[in-house]
Design a binder for this molecule. Structure first.
Ligand code: NAD
Length: 355
């Protein structure tokens, strides 16, 4: 197969980890007889430096024209004081919107080889966990009306959460389909005791549940869910939740896997076109030092092969190589407690050797 992938390296460790994933994809292409081509586009702070805006039109056009998109991360202290519309993070919301990426799949599983890195009690770790978080990505408070105004006590800022029936229905359906392919257990997380948007969300979840009698569904309030994730993560299979709750809970889930440097994600629209990225940020504290863990981005490339190109064997090949490397005790600095850690490029090489 011939496939074209747009690369959004971004800022901080973005270029290092995307280059790692590209090396792995090139090795997979050779092994399986595919032809992958890659075109880099500017995004985030590096785009602001080059052309004064975080998401240039050529980047959007390039992503829409490509077969799939691989993103590193954006942002950093250099751009933190810019006004909101010029912040690197604005580019993420822009590209998600332009590509219609309303679904964000964030798997969080505990690798047996990384049990020692899990910060939870040994009896909880022993049970393990394998969770798929389905997060709504183009609605809610991150996209709602916002602004500044003069309030009762002077200057005031506001952001608004709004969800339409259509937005909730489509993400909830994705979640039921996802749960159906897993352990058939769906937890819908909301704040229905306080928020109107959550009450609509909950009502629609129960309407759609009637179409999926084989999937067990339960509601959970977000504050309880934050607690349950560290108390008993094994109880979860598939989780569906709104944009902001999913953002926060998936970072919590990442930390109990051992390192945020391990977790990939897929952002999908209603076709096969998607954008694949690690869930972590640009890690400015370790940028340019060859210390980053490339595994989250390498596993994002594995998700890309599976979801965008329907290449299951190729995707499994990467996932198995990562398993082998971890089982052999090889670690980057974020996961290494004894011995010398591997650099980002050394870890990449080890994954390639194990494909
Ligand atoms: P971060 O995820 O970049 O870093 C948090 C901590 O985790 C840091 O100590 C970092 O060194 C470490 N870390 C992250 N990824 C790692 C990896 N692959 N290997 C080893 N260690 C890793 O979060 P932050 O510090 O809150 O944010 C830094 C910048 O990234 C900010 O500008 C933020 O806005 C941006 N950000 C971007 C995205 C994105 O592009 N999708 C997501 C989150 C944050």
């Amino acid at each position: 197969m011939k496939k074209h992938i747009a690369l959004l390296r971004g800022d901080g460790i973005g270029p290092e980890i995307v280059d790692s994933a590209v090396e792995v994809l090139k090795a997979v292409a050779v092994k399986f007889g595919h032809e992958f081509t890659f075109t880099p586009y500017l995004i985030g702070g590096s785009a602001i430096d080059a052309c004064g805006k975080p998401l240039p039109e050529e980047t959007v056009e390039g992503c829409l024209a490509a077969d799939s998109v691989l993103l590193g991360a954006v942002g950093g202290p250099k751009w933190d004081t810019l006004p909101g519309h010029l912040r690197p993070e604005k580019a993420l919301l822009g590209i998600r919107s332009a590509m219609g990426l309303f679904t964000n799949l964030r798997p969080a599983k505990l690798y047996p080889a990384l049990k020692e890195e899990c910060p939870l009690r040994p009896d909880i770790v022993e049970k393990g966990f394998d969770i798929m978080i389905v997060r709504e990505l183009t609605g809610g408070i991150y996209f709602g009306e916002r602004g500044y105004r003069e309030g009762k006590y002077g200057e005031e800022a506001y952001d608004t959460e709004a969800y339409s029936r259509m937005e909730i229905e489509r993400i909830v359906r994705v979640a039921f389909e996802t749960a159906r392919k897993r352990r058939k257990k769906l937890t819908s997380i909301d704040k229905a005791n306080v928020l109107e948007t959550s009450r609509l969300w909950r009502k629609i979840v129960h309407e759609i549940a009637a179409e999926y009698p084989d999937v067990e569904v339960a509601d959970m309030l977000v504050d309880n869910a934050a607690m349950q994730l560290v108390r008993n993560p094994a109880q979860f299979d598939t989780i569906v939740t709104s944009n902001m709750f999913g953002d926060i809970l998936s970072d919590e889930a990442s930390q109990i896997t051992g390192s945020i440097g391990m977790l990939p994600s897929a952002s999908l629209n209603d076709g096969t076109k998607g954008l694949y990225e690690p869930i972590h940020g640009s890690a400015p504290d370790i940028a340019g030092q060859n210390k980053a863990n490339p595994i989250a981005t390498i596993l994002s490339a594995a998700m890309l092969l599976l979801y965008a190109f329907d290449m299951k064997a190729e995707s499994d090949c990467i996932v198995n190589a990562v398993d082998k490397v971890l089982n052999a005790g090889l670690r980057t600095a974020d996961l290494c407690r004894v011995g010398a850690p591997l650099t980002c490029t050394e870890m990449t090489q080890k994954v390639i050797e194990n494909l």
